[in-house]
Design a protein around this ligand. Structure first.
Ligand code: NAG
Ligand code: NAG
Ligand code: NAG
Ligand code: NAG
Ligand code: NAG
Ligand code: NAG
Ligand code: NAG
Length: 344
């Protein structure tokens, strides 16, 4: 879809966060469903489609915002499944290897999108709007991934992809509005996450980690800093355990040596993160910058041990664990710089 294809999925939430302050659906409960539909649809990229599908659905006549959300999710899921079936039938008809590869890829994306939409339905039922927003954004991201993976998008598919994406926007926008007007404290933590994560080393991981953490729901910046430190500590500790078990398993003396020096690095990282925690507690935000970057450097030093001589058999699992620890530490850095008044 033209509107989102140039916008990475990650930025989507930012975009929506920018839109939200302009959307006031206070008094949502006293509004008629047709008023709600007009308001929601005036804010999405494809207003005409939004009005058409919501107004023509018999369930919308007496629906409140949650009801409309449920309908939007339903319609989006149906469109996503239709698109997925179309892709499978196109896949069946083509012998072009490249195109088959693209269809295969899309097929996987849409499979995940349907799961995301199922999850968003569950979040809606349990009133977890922040989570709902995540899942809808993920489904839209899958749609964009499919769309962007073609050299030239097949004509037969354009409309279906566009529609699935346009419907997804209704869920996103309707619900961000809902939970932001209902619960201002959620809005601020979600806005903070939107500001912090794009500046970190791995925005996807950052969004995923912070948004899925129940403690983040009402957190201010100090709270998010606390959570980031905790997540980094957990990651550093589990990496230490992994290294320890790898060291015990190998009989290769070179590899054992590398693991042992990594264990020291990760021990240092644990200490540094404890210092970060202490600095946060005492309000010494400027110091966090140093201790958190020391922890990150320790993890990097361990990785370097394996980079020195390629082919020394670093397990992929370890490489990813180290990477994750560094990525999480970088969230602390972004937050601490912001807390101490430095530019993000
Ligand atoms: C909400 O509705 C009530 C009754 O209709 C009205 O008095 C009040 O001003 C409305 N508030 C907002 C923020 O629109
Ligand atoms: C693919 O084509 C075969 C034979 O033409 C058919 O039996 C099968 O049902 C088709 N599958 C799909 C997903 O269309
Ligand atoms: C906002 O959400 C939090 C956590 O979900 C909840 O504890 C709080 O009561 C909510 N506030 C309002 C006004 O709904
Ligand atoms: C991180 O927080 C969790 C949940 O509060 C806690 O169980 C865990 O021990 C903490 N990790 C560290 C390293 O403090
Ligand atoms: C650092 O923190 C961890 C978890 O909070 C704790 O187990 C450990 O004892 C602390 N280490 C030091 C040196 O304070
Ligand atoms: C961090 O969180 C823990 C509980 O998870 C809490 O005991 C501690 O006071 C928090 N620290 C700060 C600085 O908010
Ligand atoms: C601390 O923050 C400053 C300003 O953002 C930055 O230039 C510096 O590199 C940071 N120091 C560390 C150790 O990360």
């Amino acid at each position: 879809m033209a509107f989102s294809s140039s916008i990475p999925a990650l930025l989507l939430s930012l975009l929506v966060a920018i839109l939200v302050p302009n959307l006031t659906l206070a008094n949502a409960s006293v509004k008629s469903s047709s008023q709600l539909i007009s308001e929601v649809c005036s804010k999405v990229p494809n207003s005409a489609l939004c009005l058409e599908v919501l107004k023509s659905d018999p369930r919308s006549a007496n629906a409140d915002l949650v009801g409309l959300g449920r309908i939007s999710i339903d319609l989006t899921k149906a469109a996503t499944k239709t698109t997925s079936e179309l892709i499978n039938s196109l896949l069946n008809k083509t012998s072009d290897r490249r195109l088959r590869g693209s269809y295969d890829f899309c097929s996987v994306c849409y499979g995940r999108a349907v799961n995301d939409l199922d999850d968003s339905e569950k979040s809606l039922s349990s009133g977890k709007y922040l989570e709902l927003n995540n899942f809808a954004a993920a489904a839209l991201g899958e749609n964009d991934l499919c769309e962007d993976n073609f050299d030239v998008q097949p004509e037969e598919l354009k409309e279906a992809i566009q529609k699935a994406g346009d419907l997804c926007y209704i869920i996103l926008i309707a619900f961000l509005v809902h939970f932001t007007s209902a619960n201002a404290s959620l809005k601020s933590s979600s806005q903070l996450i939107n500001e912090v994560c794009p500046k970190s080393r791995n925005p996807s991981l950052c969004f995923q980690a912070l948004r899925s953490d129940p403690r983040a729901a009402n957190a201010d910046l100090v709270g998010l800093g606390n959570i980031s430190i905790n997540l980094s500590q957990d990651s550093v500790q589990s990496t230490s355990k992994l290294i320890d078990s790898l060291a015990k398993k190998t009989s290769d003396p070179v590899l054992k040596g590398k693991y042992n020096s990594c264990l020291e690095n990760f021990g240092d990282a644990t200490d540094s993160l404890n210092e970060s925690e202490e600095s946060l507690r005492s309000g010494d935000y400027a110091s966090i910058n140093f201790s958190a970057s020391a922890a990150s450097t320790d993890a990097e030093t361990c990785q370097d041990t394996f980079n020195e001589r390629p082919g020394t058999g670093e397990p992929e699992e370890l490489k990813q664990a180290i990477q994750k620890a560094e990525d999480l530490c970088s969230i602390i850095l972004v937050i601490s710089n912001r807390l101490s008044g430095r530019p993000l």
